[in-house]
Ligand binder design. Structure first.
Ligand code: PTJ
Length: 243
């Protein structure tokens, strides 16, 4: 039991969620390490949504609202931390939600699907086919979902799927606290923020953007700006760390 007055309460609750989900086989054991990497970058970013991340979140909302066939791709860490937030984002955007795993087993796909459904997410189902040009199991996806979407959110992953999706002509949004990751660098739009802060901000923006704002935000996407802003924020925090 983590006491609510513990100075690291929120962080410890999230860590506990990841640990519990790993024991249940929802989060891959490797995902525990991924969470630690995220925690470290969150410390460096100040454990808050920066101004540039908030703009990226608004821009993600614009991309979702402008999409014809949006998809939210969910892995073990995303489901463990943000199933409820995904349900709200799905309601706000009408996006399909598809489970896509790196450490894939049918058992994990089923457990993650149940967890999402318990929180109110409608999960896309069907026959998974090896449709993405990748040599690992992230290649397995649904023809009606990831394969044919135009806009896709791929949170919490650092690998080669993002560039494969961009090469297929898709608009790729990622949420990644590490602005130096491969995925952060290759996505169309990178939100450098913690997932449980980022998703509610996207959902909230979906409710208030008008069509002029949507067009303006999409026209001015500059992913390098978002990455450089995050790196500058981290450098500033490190420089001021001992003040
Ligand atoms: O469930 P599976 O089998 O698909 O596997 C999922 C993991 C997470 C194990 C897999 O995608 C992986 O290995 O990811 P990486 O390469 O560790 O990348 C995860 C990225 O997410 C890292 O750059 C972390 O900094 C970042 N990250 C971790 N936790 C959070 C985060 N970013 C935002 N919010 C977080 N809570």
């Amino acid at each position: 039991m983590i006491p609510e007055d513990h100075p690291r309460y929120r962080s410890l609750v999230m860590r506990e969620r990841i640990a519990d989900a790993a024991l249940k086989g929802i989060v891959a054991m490797e995902g525990v390490g991924s969470h630690g990497r995220g925690e470290a970058f969150d410390y460096l970013i100040g454990e808050k949504t920066t101004e540039s991340a908030l703009l990226a979140e608004k821009t993600a909302a614009a991309l979702f609202l402008n999409a014809k066939k949006p998809v939210i791709s969910v892995n073990g860490n995303t489901a463990a931390l943000a199933a409820k937030e995904i349900a709200d984002l799905q309601k706000a955007t009408g996006a399909a939600v598809e489970v896509n795993l790196f450490h894939r087993t049918e058992e994990r796909v089923e457990k993650i699907t149940s967890l999402l459904e318990d929180e109110g997410v409608t999960v896309l189902k069907g026959e998974f086919e090896r449709l993405l040009p990748l040599s690992h199991d992230r290649a397995l996806c649904l023809r009606e979902g990831i394969y044919s979407c135009d806009v896709i959110l791929v949170p919490l992953e650092d690998g080669d799927r993002c560039s494969a999706l961009v090469d297929m002509g898709k608009t790729v949004i990622t949420i990644d606290l590490n602005p130096l990751s491969r995925t952060a660098k290759t996505a169309t739009l990178t939100i450098v923020d913690e997932i449980t802060r980022a998703i509610p901000n996207i959902t909230e923006a979906c409710g208030r953007l008008d069509s002029d704002e949507i067009k303006k935000l999409i026209r001015s996407i500059d992913n390098k700006y978002f990455l450089n802003s995050a790196v500058n924020e981290i450098m500033g925090n490190l420089t001021n760390a001992m003040d």
